[in-house]
Design a protein around this ligand. Structure first.
Ligand code: ZN
Length: 394
């Protein structure tokens, strides 16, 4: 018991401190009394925790708006960031990106670099090494690192089991970042749509939504599902692999060799074929060009609407399964705006069995390129925000 008790007290202190920080993140600034009410902790406990967090620079008192005594119970506390940062990295065929995000949700560092000739793993390791040195110089302390990858990641959060466009399967990505940071086995790897879902939840169109479906649109289609503010992963970590659901035009040929897959009707190539245009640059740049062409062409508008209707049809099916509350359309869908959103919303409402089910709120993604790195950084903060590891780095 003499060993177990201090360990239990330590873990309780960690969890209580994390609960206070989570409350300030989700519900905004509050007095010590507010925080006690929100978290269910005793006021005295909140006072002790707040003092420790204030000393560490993670929390500060808001400027006085009226004259009053500093530190009195009614004084509002807010997140100040402090030294702990989550590192979010993203790799894809075009670039490597990295974001350092503090507990207040402020981006403290941001780097984007084209993928080098040495390959993505070498480029990723180099970015991680430089960022780590930069953070150390600035007195910031990485408390976790997550890499967003365009592929399937096993439930162990490290093993990439399928990345069709990058030759970096297995734990190559996780190992490279671990090595760059001087860690062993701490770096996580997460599907990029899952990461973008977290980014939109915390910083974009999903703010205020506890349940969220994020759909990314490129040549393929992938979903990230947030259930009660946590990623829904499934038995093997593959939840959200919706691209090949058989809900598209039955005649449309898919890259997987079959016909009728959802992404064969709503992926980027389906859009280009529907509007009779060619790819120009990234999927987002291509969609922006389609949106410009739609301003003067009814045919282009109708082509986008056809894609939008297939999109709404599939979203209705996914809605029936996960009841998302809000759906955020990212990737190439976002620059198309209402051209795709309006027909998708109409078809979604029309396909749901009953309006009593409640039509999810359909929104456009706000974060664009780089959202996966931001979401990966959020994921990297999860252990300290859940109290699994110590946010004060002890
Ligand atoms: Zn397919």
């Amino acid at each position: 018991m003499s060993v177990a008790e201090p360990a239990g007290a330590e873990s309780l202190r960690r969890r209580n401190a994390a609960a206070v920080v989570r409350s300030l993140r989700v519900d905004g600034p509050g007095s010590r009394a507010d925080l006690a009410a929100r978290t269910g902790l005793a006021k005295a406990t909140v006072g002790t925790i707040a003092a420790g967090l204030e000393e560490a620079g993670v929390v500060r008192e808001l400027e006085q708006v009226r004259s009053g005594e500093r530190g009195r119970p009614g004084q509002l506390l807010t997140l100040a960031g402090g030294r702990p940062v989550g590192l979010g990295l993203e790799v894809n065929v075009e670039y490597v990106a990295a974001v350092a995000l503090d507990l207040a949700g402020t981006v403290r560092r941001e780097v984007t670099r084209p993928v080098s000739a040495d390959g993505v793993v070498a480029a990723l390791a180099e970015v991680a090494r430089q960022l780590a040195a930069d953070l150390a110089g600035a007195g910031l302390e990485p408390v976790g690192a997550t890499v967003a990858v365009p592929g399937l990641v096993d439930g162990d959060d490290r093993t990439a089991v399928w990345m069709p466009n990058l030759s970096a399967t297995g734990t190559a990505v996780a190992d490279a970042v671990d090595q760059a940071l001087g860690w062993s086995g701490r770096t996580r790897v997460t599907n990029d749509a899952d990461c973008s879902a977290l980014a939109e939840l915390h910083h974009g169109a999903g703010r205020g939504a506890g349940h969220l479906l994020y759909l990314t649109g490129t040549v393929g289609i992938g979903a990230g599902i947030v259930d009660d503010r946590r990623l829904l992963r499934g038995a093997r970590g593959f939840a959200g692999e919706v691209g090949h659901l058989p809900v598209g035009d039955p005649a449309a040929r898919c890259g997987c060799g079959r016909t009728g897959c959802w992404e064969a009707s709503v992926g980027l190539h389906a859009l280009l074929s529907a509007v009779g245009m060619e790819e120009v640059g990234t999927p987002q740049e291509t969609a922006a060009a389609v949106a410009r062409a739609a301003e003067s062409s009814a045919d282009v508008r109708e082509g986008v609407a056809v894609v939008g209707r297939w999109l709404g049809r599939g979203l209705a099916i996914v809605t029936g399964v996960v009841d998302p509350g809000a759906i955020v359309l990212g990737g190439y869908f976002a620059p198309l705006g209402d051209l795709v959103l309006a027909p998708a919303a109409d078809e979604l409402a029309a396909t749901l069995a009953s309006s009593a089910l409640g039509t999810p709120d359909l929104r456009l993604g706000e974060l664009g390129t780089g959202s996966a790195a931001t979401g990966a950084a959020e994921r990297a903060l999860e252990d300290v925000l859940s109290g699994t590891s110590d946010l004060l780095g002890a």
